[in-house]
Design a protein. Structure first.
Length: 237
């Protein structure tokens, strides 16, 4: 098996549960880990405020501080938010659209994220790019599918003449498995950090505290997070 302990990684880090778990996963495996965030005019921009405190807290777990490198922020608000109105970039109603896709689907979002991340990785000499895309607890987003990620890896490698590896550690596990992974990587301390410090709610609600963290408790992101928490807790009972 290829030894990755001396390699570097760049993690797509939003400040949410999935990307925080992926950042812990990368810090546990790679010698040097950098992060990148995207300000794309998201309705729940409060997630971006979570990023710096989360990075600081993760640096104090398991000796990860020595591995945690710089953070990069890409401003995209005048791009994605202005191209088309979605429920993640405006006050539009969250639900199912006419084409069978959730109204929270932002067309091209992950494709652009990965392209920008690859451009940063190219400049920084980083081979591994880590994202929290998942096909198991399916959001309905076609840019979260494994086939999409494989196609993007091929396109990026051909277009940049590199051999990037797009890592998706959550692709084949559900939200209960994501909570379990966090506990395995960083124990109770990491689980509590994710509960208290991360943000998933599409409405940007940080006023209501639940067992699984903060959020409105009714949007699709909160539903997934809460259901995964319950299944994980039940599995440990």
């Amino acid at each position: 098996m290829h030894d990755t302990t001396a390699e570097s990684a760049l993690v797509l880090f939003s400040g949410g549960q999935d990307s925080t778990t992926c950042l812990a996963w990368a810090l546990d495996r790679f010698a040097h880990v950098e992060t990148v965030g995207f300000a794309y005019g998201q309705r729940h921009a409060v997630e971006l405020d979570c990023r710096a405190p989360l990075r600081a807290a993760l640096a104090g777990i398991g000796g990860w501080g020595a591995r945690l490198g710089p953070d990069h922020m890409v401003p995209m608000a005048e791009g994605l938010a202005s191209i088309g109105e979605t429920a993640l970039t405006s006050a539009a109603e969250i639900g199912m659209g006419a084409e069978g896709l959730p109204t929270t689907f932002v067309p091209g979002r992950n494709l652009l994220f990965l392209t920008y991340a690859a451009a940063i990785a190219f400049r920084r000499g980083i081979r591994r790019i880590v994202g929290g895309m998942c096909e198991t607890d399916y959001s309905g987003y076609p840019d979260c599918r494994d086939d999409t990620i494989k196609a993007m890896q091929l396109a990026l490698n051909l277009g940049m003449n590199r051999r990037f590896v797009l890592e998706t550690p959550l692709m084949w596990i559900d939200k209960a498995g994501t909570w379990e992974m966090a506990e395995r990587l960083g124990g109770h301390r990491l689980v509590e950090l994710i509960v208290e410090g991360t943000h998933s709610c599409y409405l940007g609600d940080r006023a209501h505290r639940h067992d699984w963290g903060y959020g409105c408790g009714t949007c699709p992101a909160c539903d997934l997070r809460a259901a995964g928490w319950r299944r994980w807790r039940e599995s440990r009972a």
